[in-house]
Design a protein around this ligand. Structure first.
Ligand SMILES: [Zn+2]
Length: 113
Protein backbone atom coordinates (compact mmCIF):
# COMPACT_ATOMS: atom_id res chain seq x y z
CA UNK A 1 0.00 0.00 0.00
CA UNK A 2 1.24 3.39 -1.15
CA UNK A 3 0.13 5.11 2.08
CA UNK A 4 2.13 2.76 4.31
CA UNK A 5 5.46 3.99 2.92
CA UNK A 6 4.35 7.63 2.98
CA UNK A 7 3.18 7.30 6.56
CA UNK A 8 6.42 5.61 7.53
CA UNK A 9 8.28 8.68 6.23
CA UNK A 10 6.02 11.09 8.11
CA UNK A 11 6.28 9.08 11.29
CA UNK A 12 10.05 8.63 11.29
CA UNK A 13 10.56 12.35 10.67
CA UNK A 14 8.20 13.10 13.56
CA UNK A 15 9.81 10.58 15.91
CA UNK A 16 13.25 11.98 15.07
CA UNK A 17 12.04 15.48 15.90
CA UNK A 18 10.43 14.22 19.11
CA UNK A 19 13.62 12.39 20.14
CA UNK A 20 15.66 15.58 19.67
CA UNK A 21 13.33 17.34 22.11
CA UNK A 22 13.55 14.43 24.56
CA UNK A 23 9.82 13.94 24.24
CA UNK A 24 8.13 11.04 25.98
CA UNK A 25 4.91 11.26 24.03
CA UNK A 26 3.66 12.48 20.67
CA UNK A 27 0.13 13.87 21.05
CA UNK A 28 -0.64 14.84 17.49
CA UNK A 29 0.86 15.29 14.07
CA UNK A 30 -0.56 17.76 11.54
CA UNK A 31 0.05 17.04 7.89
CA UNK A 32 -0.97 18.70 4.65
CA UNK A 33 -1.60 16.55 1.63
CA UNK A 34 -2.25 17.69 -1.91
CA UNK A 35 -5.05 16.12 -3.91
CA UNK A 36 -2.61 15.11 -6.67
CA UNK A 37 -0.52 12.93 -4.38
CA UNK A 38 -3.37 10.39 -4.61
CA UNK A 39 -2.99 9.66 -0.93
CA UNK A 40 -6.24 8.47 0.63
CA UNK A 41 -6.86 10.02 4.04
CA UNK A 42 -8.51 6.89 5.37
CA UNK A 43 -5.67 4.65 4.24
CA UNK A 44 -3.18 7.06 5.77
CA UNK A 45 -5.04 6.97 9.09
CA UNK A 46 -5.02 3.19 8.97
CA UNK A 47 -1.29 3.08 8.23
CA UNK A 48 -0.70 5.55 11.04
CA UNK A 49 -2.53 3.31 13.50
CA UNK A 50 -0.44 0.32 12.48
CA UNK A 51 2.93 2.07 12.39
CA UNK A 52 2.62 4.00 15.65
CA UNK A 53 2.08 0.81 17.66
CA UNK A 54 4.73 0.46 20.37
CA UNK A 55 6.19 3.88 19.62
CA UNK A 56 5.82 7.07 21.69
CA UNK A 57 3.27 8.16 19.07
CA UNK A 58 1.00 5.21 19.79
CA UNK A 59 -2.05 7.25 20.79
CA UNK A 60 -1.27 10.31 18.72
CA UNK A 61 -3.89 11.93 16.52
CA UNK A 62 -3.10 12.41 12.87
CA UNK A 63 -4.69 15.63 11.58
CA UNK A 64 -4.87 15.68 7.81
CA UNK A 65 -5.48 18.84 5.82
CA UNK A 66 -6.07 18.22 2.14
CA UNK A 67 -5.55 20.90 -0.49
CA UNK A 68 -7.11 20.69 -3.92
CA UNK A 69 -5.11 21.17 -7.08
CA UNK A 70 -4.70 24.79 -8.16
CA UNK A 71 -3.16 25.97 -11.40
CA UNK A 72 -2.43 29.24 -13.18
CA UNK A 73 -3.07 29.57 -16.88
CA UNK A 74 0.07 30.49 -18.84
CA UNK A 75 -2.03 32.21 -21.51
CA UNK A 76 -4.45 34.39 -19.55
CA UNK A 77 -3.09 34.11 -15.97
CA UNK A 78 -6.41 32.90 -14.55
CA UNK A 79 -6.04 30.80 -11.40
CA UNK A 80 -8.39 27.87 -10.97
CA UNK A 81 -8.78 24.72 -8.95
CA UNK A 82 -9.34 21.46 -10.71
CA UNK A 83 -9.42 17.71 -10.35
CA UNK A 84 -6.69 15.24 -11.02
CA UNK A 85 -7.07 14.99 -14.77
CA UNK A 86 -8.65 18.22 -15.93
CA UNK A 87 -6.07 21.00 -15.64
CA UNK A 88 -7.69 23.10 -18.35
CA UNK A 89 -8.23 26.84 -18.04
CA UNK A 90 -11.96 27.59 -17.53
CA UNK A 91 -11.44 31.14 -18.88
CA UNK A 92 -9.76 30.50 -22.22
CA UNK A 93 -9.59 26.71 -22.58
CA UNK A 94 -5.79 26.54 -22.60
CA UNK A 95 -3.94 23.47 -21.35
CA UNK A 96 -0.74 25.49 -20.81
CA UNK A 97 -1.14 25.68 -17.07
CA UNK A 98 1.33 25.81 -14.24
CA UNK A 99 0.50 23.86 -11.10
CA UNK A 100 0.55 26.08 -8.01
CA UNK A 101 -0.55 23.58 -5.41
CA UNK A 102 -1.81 20.02 -5.13
CA UNK A 103 1.40 18.02 -4.70
CA UNK A 104 2.01 18.93 -1.06
CA UNK A 105 3.12 16.31 1.37
CA UNK A 106 4.43 17.92 4.49
CA UNK A 107 4.34 17.81 8.25
CA UNK A 108 3.06 21.14 9.54
CA UNK A 109 3.25 20.60 13.28
CA UNK A 110 4.01 18.00 15.89
CA UNK A 111 2.62 18.25 19.40
CA UNK A 112 4.83 16.50 21.95
CA UNK A 113 5.22 16.19 25.71
ZN1 LIG B 1 -6.52 30.82 -19.63
Amino acid sequence: MHEMGICDGILSASLDAAAKENATRVNSIDVTIGDLTEIQGEALQFAFGVLTKDTIAENAVLNITTVSALSRCADCAAEFSHGRFDAKCPECGSYMCELLQGRELRVDAIDID
